[in-house]
Design a binder for this molecule. Structure first.
Ligand code: FAD
Length: 497
């Protein structure tokens, strides 16, 4: 039995811990923060319970597949509900589109906005399903060390039919004309951290995930998934230590031999680091053993960071659903301010999650729990004055839309932005979602899952393959655990022969 150490307790760290334990290793997870979950931490204050990061539960099949690998089901750990409507898109004070849960209703919605569009939607989603199946079955569960992994007939046939060289923007516009339908179909790929014109149309598989598979919510909050994964890991014998910040990875003869944590050196046979990749390499490991230089990171296209407000409001607010996307501003201008200039946006789009519409456990009776997110560029100067300016702007836009004044009913207010991402997660440039999924940052072109100079060091998480988001983070943990297991086994065979 080898001793594997996992750095970080987010989705990828916990996933890799369970897979490594299942393979028979002794596994310890070291987490710098005092609570587990990484970007999906949870905290309670004044009777409100806040998920700190992710709020969209998409691709339920990936979670089922994860738990099934351990003969478990998500329902062993948390209760899922399907949201209906899945989400609300706000285009103006009296211009909203609610996206229903059931496909018949979605088709009727499309038809009511653009006659003839429901038939196009069916074709679009049929292609999306094909891409989803190609992506999930042929592409994402690979370590992506080399293009040769993808060189077989099924993969090439699948990729050829997946519009890899067309952009989401031109693909969507070849189907739909109404600007609201275009926004609705382009919005899911914004999760991938780049503009629809930069993302290959392969990723319209996200539309299939969003519309066909639906938007779900684990009662109690997204953190219930983390709690479930931590329980699973512990059932498999994994030890999870919090307040355990790794300060150094010690290397001898091309192997990581120990980690410096809270002043002591812990011996290890292998490491999976799910902490931010740049931090692991440049700070914990040092330039000598890093796969990538500072210049490499400077030249990467990062997905946006974000300014978040966690608010407790002591009254109910009408006209909000669980998920609300405020698209009542110019998307292209906001995108330029994120990716081209980068600067604080003049009139941003934003997102409001109000889980208290679904879940009474996250707010006191008669109150609302609000999570407001404004996407911004990474690396911006993040001051209290700037946060306050955006708070005033967003609350005023929300009050105007909802027709309810609630600024004086805010009983809990916390903001979170770039400097918090850096302090809490050692995030490069304060990134929230890792790298953008552009064509030049896909698969083999992403930061490698293995360290090429330290043979028993692997990486997991949103900065390596397959990419950002909870489902990819789970998958990345699985691949990293499988790769370290193979490495330790081959090492074992070498030493006994
Ligand atoms: C605001 C926000 C909203 C999001 N919304 C969604 C969504 O709705 N749906 C979705 O699917 N995805 C969403 N995402 C993306 C998703 O949350 C992430 O891709 C995923 O959680 C990343 O998991 P991870 O394991 O890669 O990294 P992390 O969760 O960041 O885990 C890394 C861990 O490493 C720890 N660590 C760092 N340095 C050290 C060290 N030196 N020693 C010990 N520990 C260390 C960190 O504290 C952290 O706990 C969102 C992300 C954010 C930030």
């Amino acid at each position: 039995m080898s001793k594997i150490t996992i750095i970080g307790s987010g989705f990828s760290g916990l996933a890799s811990a369970s897979f490594a334990a299942k393979a028979g290793h002794s596994v310890t997870v070291l987490e710098k923060n005092s609570t587990i979950g990484g970007r999906c931490r949870f905290y309670e204050e004044n009777g409100f319970g806040f998920d700190m990061g992710p709020s969209w539960y998409w691709m339920p099949d990936v979670f089922e597949k994860f738990f099934a690998r351990f003969d478990r089901k998500p329902s062993d750990y948390y209760q899922l509900v399907k949201l209906d409507p899945g989400f609300r898109m706000v285009f103006g004070k009296n211009d909203v589109v609610d996206v229903p849960a059931e496909m018949n209703d979605i088709e009727n919605l499309f038809e009511s906005i653009e006659p003839g569009s429901s038939a196009k939607l069916k074709k679009f989603l049929k292609e999306g399903k094909f891409k989803y199946e190609v992506g999930m079955q042929q592409l994402v569960y690979k370590p992506a060390y080399s293009w040769f992994e993808f060189m077989n007939y099924d993969v090439l046939r699948g990729v050829a039919g997946s519009h890899v060289f067309k952009s989401v923007r031109s693909y969507v516009r070849s189907y739909f004309k109404d600007p609201r339908l275009i926004a609705l179909m382009e919005f899911p790929v914004l999760f991938l951290g780049a503009m629809p014109q930069q993302i290959p149309a392969l990723y319209t598989l996200m539309n299939y995930a969003a519309l066909d598979m639906g938007t779900w919510y684990p009662m109690g909050g997204m953190h219930k998934i983390i709690q479930g994964m931590a329980s699973l890991a512990q059932e498999l014998g994994v030890e999870i230590q919090t307040d355990a910040e790794v300060k150094r990875i010690n290397v001898r003869n091309k192997r990581a031999v120990s980690l410096n944590v809270n002043g002591a050196d812990l011996k290890t046979d292998g490491i999976i680091s799910s902490a931010d990749y740049h931090h692991t390499e440049q700070v914990l490991l040092g330039k000598e053993f890093a796969n990538y230089s500072e210049t490499y990171w400077k030249n990467k296209v990062f997905a946006p960071s974000c300014l978040i407000f966690y608010l407790g409001v002591s009254k109910k607010i009408e006209r909000l659903h669980h998920h609300n996307l405020f698209f009542d501003a110019d998307l292209d201008q906001h995108a330029r301010e994120i990716y081209q200039t980068p600067e604080w946006p003049e009139n941003p789009l934003f997102y409001v999650c109000c889980p208290s519409k679904t879940d009474p456990s996250v707010a006191p009776v008669g109150s609302e729990n609000l999570f407001i997110l404004v996407p911004v560029a990474t690396g911006l100067e993040d001051s209290d004055a700037t946060r306050k300016k955006y708070f005033d702007m967003i609350i005023s836009r929300m009050e105007s839309f909802t027709g309810t004044s609630f600024v004086n009913d805010i009983v809990y207010n916390r903001s979170y932005c770039i400097r918090d991402f850096i302090n809490d997660y050692n995030a490069y440039g304060g990134n929230a979602y890792g790298l953008a999924n552009t064509l030049s940052q896909t698969a083999v072109l992403k930061p490698s899952l293995r360290n090429r100079k330290v043979e028993n060091l692997f990486y997991a998480g949103q900065l390596t393959v397959p990419g950002p988001g909870i489902p990819p983070a789970l998958i990345s943990g699985e691949i990293a655990a499988s790769e370290i297991h193979k490495q330790l086994q081959s090492r074992y065979h070498e030493t006994i022969v």
